[in-house]
Design a protein around this ligand. Structure first.
Ligand code: ZN
Length: 674
């Protein structure tokens, strides 16, 4: 399964608060958490009291948050720059001469997709008469199903053509225990009307709401009102039944931290699946993917109880309910394309923006290649590769110096480090195939249909032929981000993140270390954090690959880091969740620890630390920042700056930080990562 640990969210939020800091009035709601004096003069913020405010307050106070939808900072500023560049690429292509574009080339696809969506959005129609006939015949097909065998077959067709499966939450990814092979992952059932099983499981009003959604979908699909009413109530009942058989704690874990939840999936052989669902069995499950009974030996499964329940409901008695769910699935997959006559929503954007966004959505890979062709700067990529090499070498020294790892543990870590692959910049463009021209159909609906089928073929290819270890595929080159993929033991540093303040040839080496260097150091750490430690050097899930005594020592070290972060607060009183954010905090500390070791003078260290803070400059509305404390695996940006720099001696030396200063952490409380 493709699994990534994102380095940073694009919109990591923080308030200019905590650590007795600056709280610009315009960013605060009326109800303040503290009556303390609000400092409004950025120049008066001392690094000893709030390093983040000292570096970033002036920039952040100059931002108009209303204009930026509640959260803004360095990351978003770089992403805005890149988004403008990407818009420019599309505009350049669509204003060019189509005759000069080879059939199947990125330019031809982008050109045709853009004008198709533009023309459709101008007329308000994404489906022509032919599409409406196709849609009505698909709906009629769903409604005419006579038995479960036919329903399984139809589910397979919907999965292939519209990327929806009415029965199972199926996905295809790498095998947890053999990362180069593909496998099927069976996620818990999710109601296509969007209801939350936690709310639905108690029945009552929520059941009525679900019934209402189904009733509307049935009527929009052409059903008589009375029949739709009766059927939708039964469908809602079945959805409540399924919700009551669902492991709700598991769903919560999945929502909170997918990476952790993923490791709780268990591989079940075909025989075991037959025992869990005696009714349709493994063969029925594969049938809903359009696959023959021998296409897979097993699946990764989370919720066996729910699966048994669903299996027991796959009977003729409940056929109508399943047909309604299938109809809802199909409609949700084309909801953006439906005309108002069939329950669609009118287009709200300006037509040009709508077309630009649609092209980005459906031709992401093609656009990524065009972006790389124009913005790939060899010198920059080479310089970033050199920084990555330097950091990797220093990691080896840092691990050697670690006082809690055994010699055996150190060599295991070194071996994983040696087998780590770096994907820096962007992949080579694919070879143009004239057949790809067929990807753009006669209408937006038709194009969506063709893209779904291509995606289906790609998934089936993974299942059949396995996964290539290509980290470039884990993130688009125009995403201002970076990631470590545990299943590939690889790091991806995108092209888009190679902009200031992360990297610039205009910045000093120390500043670049504080920017892109900190990002690289952070990502490497993910290979050895509380999650990464469970995957071996080939990306296979193998929690025992490190010696037991080292794992115990790791847990001991991590517990101190967890406690340290649990003491951090934003807005004076709201604590960071040290457990939820542990992996990211380990990565932040590890990254800064490593890059500081690569500097020689305090002047360099000052530049490094200040650019590190600049990268995290971010401000957000209070509500969003508080919500993130409960859901984001990253600490607030403010904490990522202040709690990290306060752990390192150079910070105390350079800024003369003393006991009594707000940033001061007593030496015995300064936790260490390695
Ligand atoms: Zn991270």
């Amino acid at each position: 399964m493709k699994k990534r640990v994102a380095a940073m969210l694009l919109m990591t939020s923080v308030l200019l608060s905590g650590c007795g800091s600056a709280v610009p009035e315009e960013f605060m709601e009326e109800e303040q958490e503290t009556d303390e004096e609000v400092i409004l003069d950025p120049a008066s913020i001392r690094p000893q009291d709030d390093f983040n405010g000292y570096v970033n307050a002036e920039y952040l106070m100059g931002l108009d948050l209303d204009e930026h939808k509640g959260s803004y900072g360095s990351f978003q500023a770089v992403q805005d720059l890149v988004d403008d560049q990407v818009d420019g690429i599309i505009e350049e292509i669509v204003n060019g001469d189509r005759n000069t574009y080879a059939p199947g080339s990125n330019e031809q696809l982008i050109y045709d997709a853009y004008y198709q969506v533009l023309e459709a959005s101008c007329g308000g129609e994404f489906m022509n008469d032919e599409d409406i006939t196709d849609m009505l015949s698909t709906i009629a097909k769903i409604q005419s199903i006579q038995n479960i065998e036919e329903f399984l077959e139809l589910s397979g067709e919907l999965y292939e053509e519209w990327n929806v499966n009415p029965i199972f939450g199926l996905s295809v990814g790498s095998d947890m225990h053999n990362s180069s092979a593909g496998s099927i992952w069976l996620e818990p059932f999710s109601d296509p009307s969007g209801s939350n099983p936690r709310n639905v499981s108690v029945g009552g009003n929520m059941g009525q709401v679900v019934a209402m959604y189904y009733r509307k979908a049935l009527i929009d699909g052409g059903m008589d009102g009375d029949e739709a009413k009766e059927r939708s109530v039964n469908t809602a009942r079945m959805i409540i039944d399924i919700a009551q058989a669902t492991d709700l704690d598991l769903l919560e874990r999945m929502e909170k931290d997918w990476d952790v939840a993923m490791q709780t999936a268990q591989y079940k052989t075909a025989e075991e699946i037959d025992a869990i669902c005696p009714n349709v069995g493994m063969a029925g499950l594969l049938q809903t993917m359009g696959l023959p009974a021998d296409a897979a030996d097993g699946v990764y499964l989370w919720d066996a109880g729910q699966l048994t329940k669903i299996d027991s409901l796959l009977t003729e008695k409940h056929l109508k309910e399943w047909q309604d769910i299938a109809l809802m699935c199909y409609r949700s997959s084309i909801s953006d394309l439906l005309t108002e006559e069939y329950g669609g929503q009118p287009v709200l954007y300006s037509n040009n923006k709508y077309a630009l966004d649609a092209v980005k959505l459906i031709l992401g890979k093609e656009l990524g290649e065009e972006y790389a062709e124009r913005y790939y700067d060899e010198q920059t990529v080479e310089a970033v590769c050199e920084i990555a090499e330097e950091i990797t070498e220093e990691y080896k020294v840092m691990i050697e110096d670690c006082n809690w790892l055994s010699a055996e543990g150190k060599s295991a870590i070194r071996a994983k480090l040696d087998n780590m692959m770096y994907f820096i910049g962007a992949d080579d463009p694919h070879t143009v195939d004239p057949k790809d021209a067929e990807l753009i159909g006669h209408s937006a609906y038709d194009t969506q249909h063709r893209i779904n089928k291509r995606d289906y073929r790609e998934r089936m290819d993974i299942l059949k032929n396995g996964i290539e270890r290509n980290g470039f595929q884990s993130m688009a080159p125009m995403a201002v981000n970076a990631c470590y993929s545990p299943d590939m033991n690889s790091i991806n540093i995108t092209l888009a993140i190679m902009n200031a303040p992360f990297y610039s040839p205009e910045q000093t080496d120390a500043e670049n270390l504080g920017g892109i260097g900190a990002v690289i150091g952070h990502e490497i750490s993910h290979a050895f954090d509380n999650q990464g430690m469970k995957y071996d050097s080939n990306g296979n899930y193998e929690p025992d690959w490190m010696p037991e005594k080292d794992r115990e020592a790791f847990d001991e070290m991590a517990s101190h880091i967890e406690e340290y972060y649990s003491r951090q607060k934003i807005l004076e009183i709201h604590p960071v969740d040290g457990e939820l954010t542990l992996g990211e905090n380990l990565a932040d500390i590890s990254g800064v620890d490593c890059i500081l070791r690569l500097t020689k003078t305090n002047e360099e260290r000052k530049e490094l630390l200040e650019n590190y803070a600049r990268v995290w400059a971010c401000v957000s509305q209070k509500d969003g920042a508080l919500a993130q404390l409960y859901s984001d695996v990253h600490s607030p940006a403010l904490t990522r700056v202040n709690a990290v720099v306060a752990l390192f001696d150079p910070f105390y030396e350079i800024y003369d930080v003393k006991e009594g200063d707000a940033m001061y952490v007593a030496p015995e409380e300064r936790v260490t990562r390695w």
